[in-house]
Design a protein around this ligand. Sequence first.
Ligand code: ADP
Length: 456
Amino acid sequence: MVGALPIALGKNGLDVTVFLPGFPTVLSGLKNKRTRAKIEDLAGHPAKLISGKTETGVNVLALDAPSFFEIDGNPYLDNSGRDRERNGEKFAAFSKIAADIARGKIGRKSFDVLHAHDWQAGLCAAYLKASGDSRVKTVLTIHNLAFQGLFPKTLMKDLGLPQNYFGSDGFEYWDQVSFLKAGIAFSDHITTVSPTYALEIQSDEGGMGFGGLLRAKADGLTGILNGIDLDVWNPESDTEVYQNYSSDSPSGKVKNKRALQKDLNLRQNDAAPLFAVISRLTTQKGLDLLANMTDFIVAQGGQLALIGSGDPAIESAFQAAADKHPTEISVTIGYNEPFAHKLQAAADAIFIPSRFEPCGLTQLCAMRYGTVPVVGRVGGLNDTVIDASPMALASGASTGVQFSPVNGHMLYAAILRTFELYNSPAIWSRMVMNCMDQNVGWDASAEEYRALYDAL
Ligand code: ADP
């Protein structure tokens, strides 16, 4: 989002700078790097503010603080999957510098709006409030309420903020500090990444402990859909795929399927529906449910190609399925963007059976590539996929298959329904076309953000 939205906002005439932690890949990816400021003491260590541009031309400021951000691998978790040490301290320091940049205390200009994302930037609004400077307006976007930035309350004394911010209307959450809750409490406006998720998080179940707080904030809470970068995800020009294609000449898609079947040693068969999974392998994504369906998918004549990593039990369940059906199921454990592009281009359909999904980008990429999403009817999946209901089929509007509630029985029924649709070529090709015609870019949402900034 912070890579693609600034470009769309730029087309709307806004001047946007993205402030990022200086992880090694962030710093090495910047062009025209210059040191803008030196920070002598960032939690006991020196740091620098570096300016530069991304390859796509987005203005970036990065906090070059090696003691915090010189990290290989996952930014937030260590190799054993535990939260990294000093996460609280480092993202508090990052948020404080963000607030200082926004109000012009560091760097060369000040900003009208500070738009912070998730718990990592949750303290920005608190630091701005503590500075007494009310010129900068604040927006917090919640990308996933499951990640709440929880730390022991002893951290409070190190934050350099008024101790009375630790209260039920501030940082405090069950006697811990929550950076996300602080963001919700102190920001001028809250957004989340789809209209349905904006409603779900106000319920007791979807609110994950914050439902009451978010209901109280309902007047300043909006759901605005995410988009994808249409240049990065473009089947006509994508250099990662085997064969380029477009909605005007979709026949290239099947060539991708053949090439991928060959590469993955799957049985060569145009008629076998090829399903993809490109995902974190977690229960949030409902992939434990899908792991139980692999025999059924193969028995129906389908194939499955998966890339992802996560929960070891889910990883091994899929690996066992691939061992059992080596010509029909391929499983790659890991994260690999070029492969994700190949898979999107090659697959007929993609499974996203999420139990909750704030927005979901995978289904947007899939639709752009004419790959029909089979999804749980939750969050952004509800807002972006049109189920092949009798009514939608009659009007020719459907773009996918939704099921609800998200459980094994309903997933089974959805898979059965997907095979029926696939075996009706006229209906299926209409769905593929509809997918490719959807507007899954940022333009519409960028206008909504612009209107929000203007209103603030
Ligand atoms: P999440 O909850 O993980 O953020 P989203 O659907 O919103 O889910 O975004 C995930 C993005 O990461 C998608 O663009 C998806 O294609 C990509 N992705 C997920 N897993 C992998 C993987 N193993 N390899 C490559 N890309 C992946």
